[in-house]
Unconditional design. Structure first.
Lengths: 297, 505, 337
């Protein structure tokens, strides 16, 4: 077993967690603001595409990350407007956005880079892995902390920041009220629409970072639909965490390890079609175990 | 000195209905001022205008003699007003102190000053005798305590004019006395209190002056010290109070609804319904009286099959339906007028015809096997609209286009149309106008005369007293007492509603 | 979700076409030429059968999405159900001893429908029994099914004579016959299903009950509509339709189960879009599906002739839905809701 839970496994788990975590934080914030955001999948995809395009054009990973965050924020404008000023159904908008993201990235991939399927080019600069030499003699700690991208560090920093912001500041308190009882919040002078729109946009930036990590973190490519259901797993993490971003982060750790275990099994000779299922099976199991006691209607 | 709050010539129209017709109202500093009127007299409209929730079509509002325009409740709050609504505006998942400071939080640097916030809430609570735990989660608190939280919100914002909209509807008599004490204390600190109610004894007990509204107009103004109950009632109803004609005593028939030791549990809380037993016979109306939140809702949900009970038995016309679903209950002869006509009793976007069929759609004449007889559905709907005088404008119009009273009539008409043996009527006249109340009461009485068993659940004591043959008083999930109609009076019932056991003896 | 009034849909489609034109122009092509290529590519006399064959699975997946949607539920697991149906339909003829073709076809289709129906009902069961939201559960159940099917045809059930992960070809006698003029036999089955769906929605007691649930679930439950049973039934029908589409594609066009072949056209999501466009009302949803079929088949021609990628069709569909969602919201806002 100790051979199975290798530093390599832990390392790849931490890598796998990052995009999930960023997206789940985004989803939790939206849920706190009263917006059921199922467009995470599409936002990640837009972020990933823009990150690759940015890195390619401006010849730098940082520029790629900035482009990814900016593009996903812009994309989230659809949900921000749709669920506030236009009062549309967030689920319908989310489904529409996911399709739009899929179609738009595929379209632009062909029009901008003239390829379909996967865009792989040495001029796409990936995010550097930050090695911490001090940890060289502690393999497990090194696996967790060393060799990760700046975005992974950022993701956990943002998690802490959101925890403090949501539960220990006045705007955080207001945000928690906006989602549950918009009418009550509005009566007390809180601009519900503005809180909602700002949250959705901020969440867009976070999912953009998730996409950037996905496209520039371990590999430096973009392929069509490369988000591959991660946005949906993040939605499940939000549900399991009952809209609390810190609990959602815990769920993401679980899913990240499932992902890494899948990879490990693959390296042990198991078919990739089967190991790819692992995160979904863990997610399903978590849903079943973490369900609320059913409330009678 | 100008009045703290003054409304001059307020007019508000809804379509053809004149909800407020040139209303003048003046509330002095430190005064408790009651606004009375029947349902539909225009009280709610006036309050929503005073609190900035909607603009008046004409007229002006003055605070301390200065004309103001209130654009929103937040605007009103900023000017020292605060309104406690009938349906509280609270955050169930937040704590008491979070609810109180929400929107006006004490801060320390970038962070929320939690210690200061808690202290603030504790101090205010102690000073006004509003006992409440600042750290309690609001959703777990009883209704009476939630109201205290609303008042604490007002105090935290240094309220100068407090509007209370029917605040006693959810309170037991002791809680009511506590509220009155707070109102008097506030008045003594030069805060003005605007007290909306339709209960005479409360006005006489606590208010300095009273403005009576009728049909959107000011019908009369009194100083409570210099008036009589009869004069106020006459101003409210436009006629002298008439005693109700005695009802024909009917020989109650066989038991149609038999409830035995029915129990409904709630996780982590006391039982919602605790071993409740009673019967309802053919040709009688049994009233269930109780302050809201004492288990009536759970009892009804269990009786109609929306929520399986955790213990006990229910026999519907001798058929055991204890754990059966709604469809089985309905097949066994149950009709049900739900408390919330809009959220439960109808589908706003569906046509009136579709709304009229629900519940009876599985059987003839609406169904023939698996097929629905659309013609039969529409014809039946048209007949009901005509018979009950529902102003609908056609059976294909959406139910959402109906007024509250007409929608309630639709729900009642539907449930009575099929001669079900047992009728459960839950708050059947809540929030409808006087005309609709009278016709619904007449319909319930006719059901009784036709030999059906009627279970009437109502928070309105007057309704219970007017209609019931027997009255059960519910308190904290139990039936505290059973009274025959003749032996019950409002005062005795009031003590029972508060859970005073000695009154039950 | 209310039934759509035609002007709103027309408006949304027009606006989407306008936005699409901007996108095409921005990428340096002529929008009019591109749209012209779509119309001629889809509706010219000799391409019509092709469009119709494309419309058959699309209409099927549209109805699969529309049935739950009519009751206010969303089935996002169409992909997994479609794959399961296709896989079962591909395996039954291989497993059966020699028998008359019609018998094998009927059995394969039935098996596909029932398998996919049961799998879809699992998502409803999760919600009814365990309170796990069906929206998410249906989608999450989809991924393992796709992976499992992919593994099965990649390893144990693979036709080793071919270079692709796919099953052995079905015997010619067990394939769905053509109706003529290049129109597949599936069209007839789908026509029947479409008529049934419209009639059920408008005339059956069950259709009424589902519609009422979609408009107000508490009202339906209050009236004695059994919510659990109804959710199971709606999802089973939905999954069954997806399974049928899988069977029609395998038995009528592909003649084997090839990994990814059922999913690459994206029928599930296009179908969901079409169903959303009509708020789940079957006749409107079918009309929307036919429109999308024209758009998509025409887009193939457009890509051939103008170098504008055919995913433009997908973008247009998504934009229509987004515009319509906003439009519905505006209506709600004006109604004061």
């Amino acid at each position: 077993m100790s051979g199975f839970v290798s530093p390599f496994l832990v390392h790849s788990a931490v890598q796998a967690i990052t995009p999930l975590l960023l997206a789940a934080l985004a989803g939790s914030l939206c849920a706190q603001a009263g917006v059921f955001n199922i467009a995470l999948e599409g936002q990640i995809l837009v972020g990933a595409f823009a990150a690759v395009a940015g890195s390619f054009h401006f010849a730098g990973a940082a520029a790629g990350v900035a482009c990814g965050a900016a593009a996903a924020t812009l994309f989230a404008l659809i949900l921000a407007c749709g669920s506030t000023m236009l009062r549309g159904d967030a689920i319908v908008i989310g489904i529409g956005m996911n399709l739009l993201a899929s179609g738009l990235t595929a379209y632009l991939l062909r029009q901008m880079f003239g390829v379909s399927g996967t865009f792989d080019d040495p001029r796409i600069i990936g995010l550097p892995a930050l090695r911490i030499a001090a940890l060289d003699r502690a393999p497990l700690a090194a696996a967790v902390f060393s060799g990760q991208t700046a975005l992974t560090w950022l993701a956990w920093g943002v998690t802490a920041l959101i925890g403090v912001g949501l539960f220990r500041t006045a705007p955080g308190l207001r945000l928690r009220g906006v989602g549950a009882e918009a009418g009550a919040a509005a009566t007390l002078g809180v601009a519900v629409g503005r809180y909602r729109a700002a949250t959705v946009l901020g969440a867009g930036a976070l999912t953009g970072l998730a996409g950037a990590q996905l496209a520039l973190g371990t590999i430096s490519v973009f392929s069509e639909d490369m988000s591959a259901g991660r946005g949906w797993i993040a939605v499940v993490a939000v549900m399991l965490g009952r809209n609390n971003p810190l609990l959602a982060a815990l769920a993401c750790v679980l899913f990240g390890f499932a992902d890494a275990v899948g990879l490990r099994l693959q390296s042990l000779g198991m078919a990739s079609q089967l190991t790819d299922i692992a995160p979904y099976l863990v997610t399903l199991a978590a849903l079943l175990l973490g369900r609320r006691p059913r409330q009678p209607a | 000195m100008p009045p703290a709050l003054e409304a001059r010539g307020i007019v508000r129209r809804y379509g053809t209905l004149l909800a407020n017709d040139r209303i003048d109202l003046a509330v002095a500093e430190g005064e408790i001022h009651a606004v009375m009127g029947e349902n539909g007299a225009g009280k709610s409209t006036l309050m929503s205008i005073l609190f900035g929730m909607q603009p008046p079509d004409a007229g002006e509002i003055r605070l301390d003699g200065r004309s103001v325009r209130l654009h929103s409740p937040a605007d009103a709050i900023a000017r020292g007003l605060f309104m406690v609504h009938q349906a509280f505006r609270l955050f169930a998942h937040l704590t008491v102190w979070e609810n109180v400071v929400y929107g006006q939080e004490p801060r320390r640097l970038l962070l929320l000053d939690r210690r200061a916030a808690r202290a603030r809430v504790a101090t205010l609570a102690a000073r006004y005798g509003l006992s409440v735990d600042p750290d309690a989660r609001l959703g777990l608190l009883p209704v009476g305590v939630r109201q205290r939280v609303e008042i604490l919100k007002a105090l935290h914002r240094r309220v100068r004019i407090l509007i209370l909209d029917e605040p006693t509807a959810v309170l037991t008599p002791p809680e009511r006395e506590g509220l009155f004490a707070v109102m008097r204390r506030l008045a003594s600190e030069r805060c003005s209190v605007l007290f909306v109610t339709h209960k005479l004894d409360e006005v006489l007990a606590v208010a300095d002056r009273v403005t009576v509204l009728r049909d959107g107009r000011v019908a009369a103004r009194f100083a409570t010290a210099a008036t009589t109950p009869a004069a106020i009632v006459e101003a409210m109803t436009g006629r002298a109070p008439v005693p109700r004609p005695p009802r024909a005593a009917l020989a109650a028939g066989r038991v149609l609804l038999d409830v035995r030791a029915l129990t409904v549990r709630a996780p982590g809380r006391p039982r919602l319904v605790d071993e409740v037993s009673f019967t309802v016979r053919a040709g009688e109306i049994v009233g269930i009286a109780g302050v809201a939140g004492n288990g009536q809702e759970a009892l009804v949900a269990a009786l109609v099959g929306l929520r399986p009970p955790d213990g006990g038995r229910v026999l519907l016309d001798r058929r055991d339906v204890t754990a059966a679903d709604v469809a089985t209950h309905r097949d066994a002869g149950l009709a049900y007028i739900p408390e919330d006509r809009a959220a439960v009793g109808s589908a706003a976007a569906a046509s009136i015809a579709d709304n009229m069929a629900m519940g009876f759609h599985r059987a003839a004449p609406f169904a023939r096997g698996i097929w629905q007889d659309r013609a039969a559905v529409r014809a039946a709907a048209a007949a009901l609209i005509a018979r009950h005088g529902i102003r609908a404008g056609g059976v294909d119009r959406p139910a959402g286009a109906l007024s509250g009273g007409n929608l309630q009539k639709l729900v009642v008409a539907r449930e009575l149309a099929h001669g079900a043996a047992v009728l459960i009527a839950e708050q059947p006249t809540r929030g409808v106008d006087l005309g609709a109340i009278e016709s619904i009461h007449a319909l319930l009485a006719a059901e009784r005369a036709a030999g059906r068993a009627v279970l009437l659940v109502s928070a309105e004591l007057s309704e219970i007293l007017a209609l019931s043959d027997r009255i059960l008083v519910m308190f904290e999930g139990r039936v505290l007492a059973e009274l025959a109609a003749g032996t019950a009076d409002a005062q005795h019932l009031g003590r029972l509603l508060a859970g005073q056991r000695d009154a039950a003896a | 979700m209310r039934r759509l009034r035609p002007p709103a849909a027309v408006l949304a489609v027009t606006a989407a076409l306008g936005l699409g034109a901007l996108l095409v122009a921005a990428s340096g092509a002529d929008p009019l030429t591109a749209y012209g290529a779509i119309v001629t590519g889809a509706l010219a006399w000799d391409t019509l059968p092709n469009t119709l064959n494309w419309a058959v699975p699309l209409v099927g997946m549209t109805l699969a999405a529309a049935v739950p949607l009519r009751g206010g539920m969303v089935n996002l697991g169409g992909d997994g159900q479609l794959v399961l149906g296709g896989l079962v339909a591909a395996l039954v003829p291989l497993a059966l001893p020699p028998a008359p073709g019609a018998f094998i076809i009927a059995l394969a289709m039935l098996a596909a429908v029932f398998a996919a129906a049961a799998y879809a009902a699992l998502a409803a069961w999760g919600e009814v029994r365990h309170g796990i939201p069906m929206l998410v559960l249906s989608l999450l159940l989809s991924y393992p099914m796709i992976g499992l099917a992919s593994w099965l045809v990649g390893f144990p059930l693979r036709d080793h004579s071919s270079g692709l992960p796919q099953t052995v070809l079905i015997a010619a006698s067990a394939r769905l016959p053509e109706l003529g003029a290049g129109i597949g036999g599936g069209a007839l089955a789908m026509l029947l299903v479409a008529v049934l769906a419209v009639v059920a929605d408008r005339r059956l007691v069950a259709g009424y009950a589902l519609r009422m649930r979609g408009l107000n679930p508490r009202f339906a439950a209050y009236g004695g509509v059994r919510p659990g049973r109804q959710a199971l039934a709606a999802m089973a029908i939905s999954g069954g339709l997806a399974g049928l589409v899988g069977a029609i594609l395998v038995l009528g066009a592909q003649f084997r189960f090839t990994d990814g072949a059922l999913l690459s056209p994206g029928f599930t999501w296009s179908g969901l879009m079409a169903a959303l466009l009509a708020g789940g009302e079957p006749a409107g949803a079918i009309a929307a599906a036919l429109f999308f079929a024209v758009l998509q088949t025409g887009a193939f021609a457009m890509q051939r002739e103008t170098a504008v990628p055919r995913v433009l069709a997908m973008i247009l569909q998504a934009v229509v839905i987004l515009l319509l969602a906003a439009r519905h919201g505006l209506d709600r806002r004006q109604a004061g809701g």
